[in-house]
Design a protein around this ligand. Structure first.
Ligand SMILES: Cc1cc2nc3c(=O)[nH]c(=O)nc-3n(C[C@H](O)[C@H](O)[C@H](O)COP(=O)(O)O)c2cc1C
Length: 408
């Protein structure tokens, strides 16, 4: 792992996450102090200039998002940390929070200072109860030390719904309602938690902020791909020797991640495919492995960076079966609020089951393509919009695998 570049995970395994003194001795909370001396606008400008883009999937410029909330006139503003991490195969936020929780708190506090918020929430998935404990202890220590000033942070636990990672469903859930996405606009920056301007950022996004403030936007921009600078944490799973996490500059190729850091395919088998970004990610073949793992390069080849999950499949994997499993996942996780997703995910799963069981027709492939197009444009939120991605990308790149299962 010699070429790994740890910025966000710099303190991983080095400090005791449950001792605030360890974080402070490692330089922690200095950036927050510096930010307070810079002034709100200068902090936002620095983050904007660094081109830090959201690490939760959508890749939106964080400083730009903060600007909306800063500019909004309101008696109350909120900062929300999205720690729902529901994307299968993704565990980067867990690694950050359990190894260095104060880094996340510091990133949130810098944001709160910049946008003028005095209340924050960390929405953590219910499957991470021990992470919730760590966060609560860290918040108590930070309050005791007085480092957060008048910024108050609370932890809220999800109840295991994938859709609650979607920022507006997450907001509904914090408000105590059923987790269903809202119509957008208005976006949370204008009307978020309890109708107030709200920043929602991912754990990894916040964890980048202290270093950006401390070392400056120019330093940050010099790392990785210019259009998506910095590092990205990838979590490897499936048919790969090292099922682990790795933090690398964003211009690292998928091939280097799988064959360099990941150690390649075990058992002398050949590579077949990789799904990047969790269940909603594209499934791509060997020919696209030299794509740099940054947001825009991935988009150019019709793929997604998503959460940074890297699910590797060797030559023995049945691609149609994999695609059917993703369809089953979305059919189960659709919240049912909008018809294109509620109905579309069910029909998609049915058609995939038929094809996988050898009962499919050639026309089913056209039907899947049409249904996929409708869902990607008509569904209310990213869940339904992205649900067809694994199916459409496998139909494109692994057509022969489908042809072998379809009768006509
Ligand atoms: C179905 C669905 C699930 C999502 N799950 C997560 C999640 O678990 N964690 C996350 O940070 N973002 C998730 N997102 C993205 C959020 O809606 C939002 O874009 C993100 O929290 C913004 O933070 P960022 O700009 O720092 O990435 C999800 C989106 C969708 C549509």
């Amino acid at each position: 792992m010699a070429e790994e570049l740890r910025i966000v995970l710099r303190n991983y395994g080095v400090i005791d996450p449950l001792k605030i003194e360890d974080y402070i001795n490692a330089g922690g909370y200095k950036a927050l102090e510096k930010a307070r001396g810079m002034g709100q606008l200068a902090v936002i400008d620095e983050v904007k200039k660094s081109n830090l883009r959201g690490r939760g999937g959508a890749g939106f410029n964080a400083g730009q998002k903060w600007t909306f909330v800063y500019q909004a006139a309101a008696d109350q503003k909120y900062v929300v940390c999205n720690a729902d991490e529901g994307e299968p195969g993704t565990y980067k936020d867990r690694i950050i929070m359990e190894s260095d929780p104060h880094r996340v708190l510091e990133g949130m506090a810098i944001c709160a200072y910049a946008v003028g918020a005095d209340k924050g929430y960390i929405y953590c998935r219910g499957e991470y109860p021990y992470v919730v404990d760590i966060l609560k202890q860290a918040i108590a220590q930070a309050k005791d030390k007085g480092v957060l000033g008048d910024f108050d942070i609370e932890v809220r636990m999800g109840a295991g719904a994938y859709v609650c990672g979607e920022e507006t469903a997450l907001i509904e859930s914090i408000e105590g309602k059923r987790g269903e996405p809202r119509y957008k606009p208005p976006y949370p920056g204008v009307s978020g938690l309890w109708g107030k301007p709200t920043v929602v950022n991912n754990v990894e996004t916040f964890a980048n902020v202290p270093d950006i403030i401390e070392k400056g936007a120019d330093w940050y921009k010099s790392i990785g791909a210019p259009s998506y600078p910095g590092t990205k944490i990838f979590t490897l799973s499936g048919d790969v020797v090292n099922r682990t996490f790795v933090e690398v500059p964003t211009n690292t190729t998928i091939r280097d991640i799988i064959f360099g850091f990941g150690g390649g395919i075990p058992g002398g088998k050949k590579f077949k495919a990789v799904q990047i970004g969790g269940n909603s990610g594209a499934i791509i073949p060997e020919s696209l492995l030299d794509t740099p793992a940054d947001f825009d390069s991935m988009a150019k080849v019709g793929a997604t960076l998503g959460s940074g999950a890297v699910f590797v499949m060797d030559e023995t994997r049945d691609i149609v079966d994999v695609a059917e499993r993703t369809a089953k996942f979305f059919e189960h996780e659709s919240c049912g609020k909008c018809a294109p997703c509620r109905e579309g995910t069910m029909r998609m799963y049915e058609i995939m089951q038929n094809i996988n069981q050898g009962k499919g027709k050639a026309s089913d492939m056209n039907l899947l393509e049409r249904l996929g197009r409708v869902m990607s444009t008509a569904c209310l939120c990213g869940l339904g919009q992205a649900a067809p991605v694994p199916i459409l990308t496998t139909m494109k790149h692994f057509r022969a695998d489908y042809a072998a299962k379809v009768k006509e």
